[in-house]
Write a new protein. Structure first.
Length: 318
């Protein structure tokens, strides 16, 4: 995760969590200055330790805080799930934006009845991923991914490519550290685990191949700590009670995903998950009352509202 602090128009970010030691002095000087400024809001995207320090430092200034503290989100696939939807969406939720999205489902729990079938399809589709430099914004990236069965990658100059480099060298080293740690903890790398061989301008980029790890217990560090990269674990489970316990056994509670055709089961499990957002048979999809309204219709309504407000102000002033 990156440091982030916003107060009104102020914005600042540290290169990466791995380089925090070198930037701590600058960071805290900036934080203290901003907490004493006239801005009334503070938004942070970081870890719990930094959030604790921000809460303590901001208390004397009565700041309004919005703290988003990372995630180690479970993606639960029951044996009655529709794999034609669950597999490609799980690939997307695992590796979108190189896994550098707090809402990515980095812990996959698959019921034993379909574990082998799911893993085979998941690896096959993840193999379609290659690495490139993306120039798309995150919103465009997510929109493009929702329209493709596989994540299309290739030449960075091609509009269909949408998986790029990690944020920094330090973060790449962090990813590599956790891959090696997974091996030490008894895990097996069934896909990736290394860097791609790229030529030309991509040769020295901070790229890492999509990585899938199996054979790790839910209590190990790789399944407990946020990696924030293209690395996921896949773990089989037997019962509903077991997977709920495993899903809730981390210190994070950002989001979760449940795949099942049984609506009662979906709601039952969602109620037991300790997560702020739970998606059922989808990922990163937000429903609005106006979801069927055209962009033109929304724009027209906004224009009418603005003109009406201006007219009312003119009448009131006269």
């Amino acid at each position: 995760m990156q440091h982030g602090l916003w107060t009104r128009s102020h914005s600042w970010r540290c290169p990466s969590q791995a380089s925090r030691c070198a930037s701590d002095i600058l960071y805290w000087r900036f934080v203290n200055l901003q907490l004493q400024s006239h801005g009334c809001n503070c938004t942070l995207s970081e870890g719990t330790k930094t959030a604790h320090a921000i809460i303590v430092d901001s208390a004397p200034f009565y700041k309004k805080l919005s703290l988003e503290l990372g995630g180690k989100n479970p993606n639960i696939i029951f044996d009655d799930a529709d794999l034609s939807q669950a597999v490609p969406t799980s690939v997307r939720s695992s590796f979108a934006n190189q896994g550098e999205i707090c809402l990515c489902g980095s812990r996959l729990f698959v019921q034993k009845g379909i574990y082998d079938k799911f893993l085979e399809q998941f690896i096959a589709q993840a193999k379609q991923l290659k690495v490139h430099i993306t120039r798309l914004s995150l919103s465009l990236l997510l929109g493009a991914l929702t329209r493709t069965k596989y994540i299309q990658v290739g030449d960075p100059k091609e509009p269909s490519t949408n998986m790029g480099a990690l944020v920094s060298k330090e973060h790449l080293e962090k990813i590599q550290y956790y891959v090696e740690l997974a091996k030490e903890e008894g895990g097996k790398i069934v896909l990736g685990g290394d860097r791609p061989n790229l030529d030309g301008e991509l040769k020295n980029g901070y790229y890492h191949n999509p990585t899938v790890i199996v054979g790790l217990p839910p209590s190990c560090r790789v399944q407990q700590e946020e990696i924030f990269g293209p690395v996921v674990t896949v773990t089989p489970f037997e019962s509903e009670e077991e997977v709920i316990e495993w899903a809730n056994c981390v210190k994070y509670g950002l989001s979760a995903t449940v795949w099942t055709e049984n609506l009662r089961k979906a709601h039952r499990v969602a109620q037991e998950l300790k997560a702020g957002t739970v998606w059922i048979n989808t990922w990163m999809k937000v429903y609005h009352k106006t979801q069927n309204t055209s962009v033109f219709d929304l724009s027209f309504r906004l224009m009418v509202f603005i003109l009406t407000a201006r007219l009312a102000c003119a009448i009131w002033r006269s």
